[in-house]
Design a protein around this ligand. Sequence first.
Ligand code: NAD
Length: 458
Amino acid sequence: MSTFSIENPATGATLRTLEADSPESVKTKLARARAGQSAWRARPLRERIEAIRRFRGAIERDKERLAAITTSEVGKPIAQSRNELNGLLGRVDFFLAESERTLAREEVMADGGMVELIEHEPLGVVANISAWNYPYFVGSNVFVPALIAGNAVLYKPSEHATLTGLALAEALHASGVPEDVFIPILGAGAIGAAVSDLPVDGIFFTGSYATGRKVAEAAGRSMTRVQLELGGKDPVYIADDVDPKAAAAGTADGAFYNAGQSCCAVERIYVHEAIADRFIEAFIEEVRGFKVGDPTDDTTYIGPLTRGAQLAVLEAQIADAKQKGATVALGGARLARPGHYFAPTVLTGVNGTMSVMREESFGPIIGIQRVKDDEQAVAAMNDTEYGLTAGVYTKDRARAERILSRVDAGSAYWNCCDRVSPRLPWSGRRHSGLGLTLSRYGILAFTKPKAWHLRSPG
Ligand code: NAD
């Protein structure tokens, strides 16, 4: 039996030590889930929807306790943990409202005695290997529609958000989702690898590109359906016709919210040279105003990084950028205090050869590059292996649409950024992922179609 510890990233203190799963226990859990799924699937859709409605009620009632759990193990500022829980309610509402219509049998032809129907059957048992940065969002994007559609779920929360994962399991079970239908699996990477080797009916992964590749390889070996929600290096272009102060406020929040640990955080800024000086000045002013501190304090905006190892990644990106000619306009180093704190950092004079403009930073750091026109902005925005989101700030919607239609990213933002909507498909291109969650399509992702060809006798 092996154990693992949950650390508070703000203090370094051990919060709890838990027993991890093993490759054997994971197989036993799959057998339980197989048995549980056939009974769950046989229940009327309305009953499954009602269980999720009770789950929503449980989350709403327990919001303060849940927010405190997440803040303790992820280090997310408490106000932002509460925001995530409020956002979760909105996402669940979408699935509650949309599932019945989306999962209904569709008659696509009726002619004489012949009828053609499409039925959306559940996949079966699906594995959900999850990330820590938005544990409520990235988990629920998968398990809520999966459960409603009649699947059983093997849920492996990130080792950095395990207590949150256990609290979600408790809430689902108390709401009428059987213990053999939603089964948590605990542990770190080795257990994630054991889960991706299981003969399940779908693997739904959220995490880094490096791990996503391994999961895709495992799924390829067994020809299992796989979805990957991976990282990003999301660009924003500030055109020359905007109010630099307003654009700076919006994009600084997009870059630094949750200490930059969002898959769709703004990770690169390109600014038109005509307003670059005013924009950079306003941006630095905005970031200077962010309060860094104890994540349990209601007024903290930037807390510690969740993983201590990421501090060295940020240091290496800054060293590389400086060596290639960038200027550290703000921050640039760890903070001398317990926990994984890094000073909010703004780099100027950057270019596309620097790792800070190429590799995901996942921290409170941003590079701002000047461009001479829209054409150069489009080329720079596309100069990446990632393709999650991209944004343009301009007064002119047609100009924004012209630019964004040429950027290879799953989501396009005009005068906004770092935004996810349950009504729209959430998908990454190339190294940012395969498949999608959210929207009607993100319900159908947990089903397989059965084509009915029905001919009446006589
Ligand atoms: P990670 O890849 O380190 O871990 C993700 C999950 O995979 C964890 O549960 C981990 O235990 C597990 N894992 C580790 N090694 C494994 C292996 N060999 N096989 C199978 N599973 C394994 O990622 P993370 O640090 O938890 O999350 C941060 C990353 O997630 C960032 O790149 C971020 O951009 C991305 N992310 C993407 C989205 C999206 O919607 N596109 C959302 C949130 C986070």
